[in-house]
Structure formats: C-alpha cells, structure tokens
Design a protein around this ligand. Structure first.
Ligand SMILES: Nc1ncnc2c1ncn2[C@@H]1O[C@H](COP(=O)(O)OP(=O)(O)OP(=O)(O)O)[C@@H](O)[C@H]1O
Length: 575
C-alpha cells in the first residue's frame, strides 16, 4: 500500500499522465526552439538579411499557434488529472471509513478527522495544481536548454553550471524544517477543530454549567500553540524568498563577467549572447520553482502520510457464510467470552450465556458494566479477546458481517437522523416497503402524529430541523426504522430511555406483540421497560452474575434484587 507519494500519483490515470508528459516535452522543445530562432532573427537583422529574417519570423509565428494549442491541452489535462486524483482519493477515504474497524473510528476525535480530510486534501490539491505541471515541464526545458546553450558556447555553459548544483543543494537544505513545523501546525489545528466540535456538541452543558470562561481559556491555549507552530513554519518560509533571489542572481553576475568578453573576442554572435541570456532565465526558472516544488511536495507528502493512516487502517475481517439454519436452537451463544478495548482492562470476563430462538431477554446491571459492549460483540463490531461467539448458530468469525447485520435490527439510545426526509430515515430499516407500511409502523411506535403535525409530513427533510427534534421523538423515529427491518434478532439498547413511562409502556406492548416470534434483547436501566421479558441476565463487574426470570431473581434476593429495590424502593417492592 505504502509505496510513496509519487507512486500513488503515477499509478492513477496513467494515460492522462503520459499525455501531460508528452505535451510538456513538446512545449519545452518549442520554447527552446524559440530561443534558438531568436538568435537567428537578431543575427539576420544585424546582417540585413531580409529573406532569412522573413523565413524565420513566419516559422516562429506558425509554431506559436501550435504552442498555444498544446499549452491549452496540457493545462486542461493537468486540471483533469488533479480533479480525478482528488476525487478518487476522497472516494477511497469514504469507502475505507465504511470498512475500517469501529475501534479505529472510536479512537479518533471527529475534529481530527475533519482536519485531516480538509487541510490535508487541500495541501495535496495545492501540490497537484501548482507543482505537478512544473515537475513534468522543467526537466525537459532544462535539458533542451542545456543542449542549445552548449551549441551557443560550451565555455559559457560550463561556467554557468558550476554554480547550479550549489544552488539546488541550498534550496533543499532550506526547505527541510518547513515539513517538520507544518506537521506540528496541522496537528495543533486538529486539536482546535476538535475543541470547536466538542464545544458545539456540548454547548448546552457549557452554558448550563457556566463553563464559558474555561472554554475560552482552553481555546486561547490551543490557538496560541497552533499560532506558535504556524509562526515557526512561516518564519522559515520567509527565509526562502531572499535565498531564492540570491540564487537566481548568481548566473547573471557570471554572464556580465564572461559573456561580454566572449562577444568582444568574437567567440559568440550578438544574437547568440541574447539567446543565452534568455536561456539563463530558463535555467533559473527551475531553481526558482524548485524550493516551492520541494516545499509543496513535502507538505503534500506529509498530508498523504496522515491520510494513509486512514487508508491503511485495518478493515473489518469478514467471513463468507451468508446463510444459517433457521432451526438452530440458539440465536446468540457466548462461550467464555472475555473482552478488553485495545488491550486495556477486561470489560467482560469469562461471560457465557445462550439465548434461545424467540426468547425475550433483558441484560441489566450497573452503568459501565459492559452491556452495550455485548451488543457491539453480537454485531461483530469488535472481536472477543478470548472465547467464542455464535450468532444464529454460526461462529462470528465465519459470518459475512453484512449478512449477519442484515439479520439484526438495533435501536440505540442516541439516535442519529440522516439529513434526509423522515420517510427515508425510517426506510433505512427496509427498502422494500411502500409508504403505507412506513406510516403504519410509525403509528405503532406513536410517531405518526408528531411526524405529520410537528415535522410537516414524511416527505419533509430532517436537515436543519434535526436539532429541534426531541430525544423522545428521535427514539420513536428510530423505533419505526427498527421495527420495519425484517430481522431475526432485535436489540434495544436503552432505546426507549427518553420516553415518558406512559408512552414507553404503550410502545412496548406493541413492540412485544409485533416481535412475539422473534428474538429480542433489551438493555434498560428502567426496570419497568423489561417487565415483558422471559429472562434477565444480570451483569456485574464484567461477569454474568445472575440469570433467571424476574420473579426468580427477586426471590433470590441477590444483585438483581438490590438493583431493583434501589430503583423502586423497598416499600413499593412488596416481595
Ligand atoms: N470504544 C471504547 N473504548 C474504550 N473503552 C470503552 C469503549 N466503549 C466503552 N468502553 C468502556 O467499557 C466499559 C463498558 O461500557 P459499556 O458501554 O459496554 O457499558 P454499559 O453497561 O452499556 O454502560 P451504560 O449502562 O452506562 O450504557 C465502560 O467502562 C466504558 O468506559
């Protein structure tokens, strides 16, 4: 994968790239040809040879027209190449993000992602737009220029070129620190972006807890750090300009020293020396652009390296099994499963349980006990660190993960609504249903009325309204999506937590009725939410400590009893 920046450019759209190289070669040849013709034009004028002058002049005119055309096609192809490269890169990133492990996404702050994708992509685009053309053109024009220069005067040429390697070496040396400080600056901007993101997400908390001044000083501190790195990078960049000036003046100084003497001694014609001056400009041009190319190349390379972190991230490993035996007795089987996030402490410790087909099971326990982690494992979003998990009778490692997830419907506590219509947000559960079915299912989860009255109908875009939709309304839209899916396993992870008890009870009755021949796993803190379940698994400190019916667990007077009592109070309990 990681073969270098230039390789990544070369491997894409090779034919377009070859056409740019060929066109650059032709334009470079013509430009040097003009310098040569200039020599003849001047010498013909000085020799008063009108015929010769007219012939050369007409040729130059004709070739100029060809040159304009070639320049146009070259610029067009360059633009097309840059656009195609950037779009493919964006697409690669987009595709990759849907395939990487959830762990990769969860580890990264959203602000960092945005910073990578916008800053880094624009650094690469900058390089493609401003430097790639020079990379192809300058070497050709330089080589043709050297050939012509030798033809005019080998002495003057050799002399001019003594200084060139020194200048190139200097250019490379002075560009080096920029890369280091640019990377640091980008990282600091990433931190600022993350903070902006966090501030927006947590604005209610910030206001409610009067954290404004704390946030401002946090911003101040981070921006100061980004500014410091930016200043360092800029201070190196400003050194580049005077250095370039000095570099570009050196060949001219030599020209005055030696060129004039060669003309006086008759070794070069006047046309020759004027052409040579033109050539010096061509020799200096690469030296002028070289530090910029190197600078922009280094920035783009550093940017692509960060993007490569995304592109080379480990992808979800998926098996090949798409089908399962519908008569398999157990729908979910955990066998001595232990799990830790990223090698940290174990969240689940030697967990074993089985859920039968059509069974309704609740998982309860203290907050942070690992309940949602169990759901993530069932969905194959993470692999168990130890032990085995079977879903619908098939080991998770063998399941094709898309097929597996097609069999499971999940409703979470935090509902993300896509910036599309209400109908589409619900239809994500099942693309094969008509609008009537969507309306019907919305009525079942008590979402229909507010969709019509508050949101303005099913065809209305959620877009800007998203922030105005309450947590409970979001959960009801998500429950419609959840119920619409033709799955075998239904999982509700605090999916009704934002509803009032009355609404929750009504919806639950409908849900349990609709899902009576399906397997249902419910995670809930509110014990009223799980009154319909067949069995309760109690999780404490990463272990299943109790397993049984509500009545059995209450009589047992163990962990479940304590949790339940805490919530309802001993008096109401009546056991
Ligand atoms: N992506 C993650 N990376 C690292 N640790 C995590 C990650 N997700 C969850 N955890 C940690 O794992 C533990 C269990 O989390 P989990 O969400 O499974 O608990 P839970 O029982 O569902 O909690 P709650 O009832 O509060 O929703 C917690 O300590 C949590 O901080």
């Amino acid at each position: 994968m990681r073969k270098g920046f230039i390789y990544s450019i070369l491997r894409k759209n090779l034919s377009l790239l070859l056409s740019i190289i060929l066109l650059s070669l032709m334009v470079a040849f013509i430009n040097i040809y003009f310098r040569n013709m200039e020599r003849y034009l001047i010498d013909f004028v000085l020799a008063k040879n009108l015929e010769g002058f007219k012939r050369v002049f007409l040729t130059v005119l004709l070739i100029s027209i060809v040159r304009i055309f070639l320049e146009y096609v070259k610029a067009f192809n360059l633009g097309k190449f840059a656009e195609k490269y950037m779009n493919e890169l964006r697409l690669d990133i987009g595709k990759k993000l849907t395939k990487v492990n959830l762990e990769f996404i969860e580890k990264r702050a959203t602000g960092d992602f945005i910073s990578n994708l916008s800053n880094d992509l624009s650094l690469i685009q900058n390089f493609l737009n401003s430097s790639l053309g020079d990379i192809f053109y300058q070497p050709f024009v330089f080589i043709f220029g050297v050939i012509l220069a030798f033809q005019i005067s080998w002495k003057l040429t050799l002399f001019t070129f003594v200084i060139i390697p020194i200048c190139i070496y200097l250019s490379i040396i002075i560009s080096k620190p920029v890369e280091k400080y640019t990377k640091k600056q980008q990282d600091e901007y990433g931190n600022v972006n993350t903070l902006v993101q966090d501030t927006l997400s947590g604005i209610t908390v910030i206001k409610a807890f009067n954290l404004k001044s704390e946030m401002v000083s946090l911003f101040d501190e981070k921006i100061k750090r980004a500014f410091k790195e930016g200043l360092r990078s800029a201070s190196f960049e400003v050194i580049l300009d005077p250095m370039k000036e000095i570099i570009s003046l050196s060949p001219f100084i030599m020209m005055f020293l030696f060129g004039g003497r060669l003309v006086i001694s008759g070794e070069i014609s006047v046309g020759g020396i004027i052409s040579f001056i033109g050539l010096i400009n061509i020799f200096i041009a690469p030296m002028n652009v070289l530090p910029n190319i190197i600078n922009s190349y280094r920035k783009a390379k550093a940017a692509l390296e960060r993007i490569w972190e995304i592109l080379s991230a480990e992808e979800e490993r998926s098996g090949i099994i798409n089908e399962y035996d519908p008569d398999c007795p157990y729908v979910v089987e955990f066998e001595n499963v232990s799990f830790s996030y990223d090698g940290a402490d174990y969240i689940l410790k030697d967990v074993s349980f089985k859920i039968k087909k059509e069974e309704k099971v609740a998982i309860v326990g203290e907050s942070g006990g690992g309940k949602s982690t169990i759901v993530k494992l069932i969905l194959g979003l993470y692999k168990p660190t130890k032990g085995h998990i079977k879903v619908l009778g098939i080991d998770l490692n063998e399941w094709n993960l898309s097929s597996l997830r097609g069999r499971i419907s999940v409703a979470n506590q935090d509902v993300y609504l896509f910036p599309e219509s209400v109908e589409e947000n619900i239809r994500y559960g099942n693309y094969n249903v008509d609008n009537k079915k969507i309306e019907e299912v919305s009525k079942k989860v008590l979402a229909y009325d507010f969709i019509i009255s508050d949101l303005g109908g099913f065809d209305k875009e959620i877009g800007e309204r998203a922030l105005k939709i309450s947590g409970g309304e979001r959960q009801r839209i998500a429950l419609a999506r959840f119920l619409l899916k033709e799955a075998d396993i239904f999982i509700m992870d605090e999916a009704t937590s934002a509803l009032d008890s009355n609404t929750e009870a009504q919806i639950q009755e409908t849900l349990f009725e609709k899902l009576k021949d399906k397997t249902l796993i419910v995670i809930a803190h509110r014990y009223s939410s799980i009154k319909f379940v067949d069995r309760i698994l109690v999780i404490e400190d990463g272990k299943i400590v109790e397993d049984g019916t509500h009545e059995y667990l209450l009589k047992k007077k163990g962990v479940y009893y304590k949790l339940y009592s805490k919530q309802l109070g001993e008096v109401e309990l009546g056991v």
